[in-house]
Write a protein that binds this ligand. Structure first.
Ligand code: ADP
Ligand code: MG
Length: 474
């Protein structure tokens, strides 16, 4: 899987020159983050961390990941409409995980009241690693699917140009021309625009529901500008603003600051820390309205780790996607081993298996955003402590994926330039729009490659561990 440019990185001088060119190209292209010190101001910004060089990705696996994305869109949408499946699957989790329980209560409540929403918009990102099998042949294995606030589609729309420039500086113009164009921000915006159009009110706006701390604003702006270019108005508001200035009228139309909202695009709301009592009330207000939520609360629940684990059980995919045998086969081929820790004999055996061989597994709670999973010795200690208590059911167990590392340089502000052994995670963005029962859009909308040093078991770009990358197909 080697990329063809090890030869050009001979001396430290050549490396430093390439890195300086790379950083300036990133700043010029708008691959930006606000700073940790001033996360809510754009006076001082910096480049988002990225690799000096593109990373090699096996083209067959890249194509496989694209080919299965429409299937995953169908699957997520089917789960979100299957009340019984969500209820059964999350029954053990909601008993012990308060956050999932609160989301689930809102889900139940809006179903009981009757859904006001008739247009559904899903934007997800299915993430994979390339597992090196026993004979060294890499296989595509899904890490998870993110059904809410999947980020970096904007910034990554600009990284291929940066890496193309770096390759040219290094005398690799031919290779530069092989980098694939990639524009998730446009794909995501087309989905949002379609949902806005189907909502059917020219004067209504799209509301980006954003965090209190907005370091990653430029990523969101990329999508936002695509909408303005289509003459769709965008506003940015926090849960707090919705609580203070949001309302729903008799026809369940949502208004914020006096403006009718057609689409609510969540870039927030996926961790417990996002919510105090007021923010929960704001979430309920949004879910009750007829505005298109991206995602609606059922689709957010479809992205939980517990659902992911349940999907891997024999017969479940077939039940969720009847008549789609080929899609089911494509989806299943990407699954790693996933195990339930529900109470009972089966769960006891799984817990014992993980304690006996902790390096084979990852222990995952029902959390998003990186940095929550447990590995190795820590996994063992935690499982030993909770193995006989229902608390264990708030976790799932997963086979650990072991990709072949490759050398790269991770460019980060104020960090020394040094070679690191790295592994990559490929994400494919999916977008779909359903109008009543009819799917009117179902697409793969581009990709994201993130790379991190092997010392870090966990964590994404926002967490400061992984960096943006560009695939070089081999
Ligand atoms: P989150 O919702 O926090 O992003 P993930 O399931 O994506 O949760 O896990 C976070 C990170 O942990 C991933 O980006 C990946 O680097 C690592 N990871 C997760 N699952 C596995 C696995 N099965 N094998 C190896 N690494 C994993
Ligand atoms: Mg993840």
């Amino acid at each position: 899987m080697a990329a063809p440019w090890e030869d050009v990185l001979r001396g430290p001088a050549a490396l430093r020159e390439a890195a300086a060119a790379a950083v300036d190209a990133a700043l010029l292209a708008g691959v930006l983050l606000r700073t940790q010190g001033e996360p809510n101001a754009s006076e001082v910004v910096n480049y988002a961390p990225f690799t000096l060089l593109p990373s090699a990705v096996p083209s067959a696996l890249f194509e496989q990941a694209y080919a299965v994305q429409q299937d995953f869109n169908l699957l997520v949408d089917a789960i979100s409409q299957n009340k019984e499946f969500l209820e059964c699957t999350l029954a053990s989790t909601v008993k012990v995980d308060d956050f999932t329980a609160r989301l689930f209560r809102i889900h139940k409540q809006v179903l009981e009241e009757g859904l006001a929403q008739s247009v559904f918009l899903g934007i997800n990102r299915s993430d994979y690693m390339f597992d090196s099998g026993v004979d060294g042949t890499p296989a595509l294995k899904q890490i998870e699917i993110n059904t809410i606030a999947a980020s970096f589609g904007g910034l990554t729309s600009r990284t291929a140009a940066v890496h193309g420039h770096v390759l040219k500086v290094l005398g690799k113009s031919k290779e530069a021309s092989h980098l694939l164009p990639n524009n998730p921000s446009k794909g995501l915006a087309l989905g949002i625009a379609k949902a806005w159009e189907l909502y059917g009110s020219q004067s209504a706006v799209v509301m980006f529901l954003v965090e209190e701390v907005q370091r990653n604003i430029f990523d969101q702006r990329c999508v936002e500008y695509e909408l303005w270019n289509r003459n769709i108005r965008v506003i940015r508001r926090r849960f707090r603003d919705v609580f203070e200035k949001g309302s729903v009228d008799d026809a369940k139309r949502l208004y914020v600051d006096g403006q009718e909202v057609a689409v609510v695009y969540y870039r927030e709301g996926y961790v417990p820390q996002s919510y105090d009592q007021q923010n929960w009330e704001a979430r309920l207000l949004l879910e009750r309205s007829r505005a298109v939520k991206c995602p609606d609360i059922a689709t957010q629940l479809a992205g939980t780790k517990k659902v992911q684990q349940e999907l891997s059980r024999p017969g479940i995919l077939e039940k969720l996607l009847p008549g789609h045998a080929e899609a089911v086969a494509r989806i299943r081929a990407t699954f790693a081993g996933l195990y339930s820790l529900d109470m009972g004999e089966e769960g006891d055996k799984i817990a014992a298996m993980a304690i006996a061989d902790p390096d084979r597994f990852v222990l995952k709670p029902q959390r998003e955003g990186g940095g929550n999973n447990l590995y190795g010795e820590e996994l063992k200690q935690v499982l030993e402590k909770i193995k006989d208590s229902p608390e264990r059911t708030s976790y799932i167990l997963m086979d650990k994926i072991k990709p072949q590392p490759a050398v790269n340089y991770l460019l980060r502000a104020h960090s020394p330039l040094q070679a690191s052994k790295c592994i990559s995670e490929l994400g494919i963005f999916g977008v779909y729009v359903r109008h009543g029962k009819e799917m009117v859009m179902n697409k793969a909308a581009g990709h994201l490659l993130r790379t991190k040093a092997i010392e870090h078991a966990d964590g994404g770009v926002a967490a400061g561990v992984a960096v943006l990358d560009t695939p070089y197909l081999v």
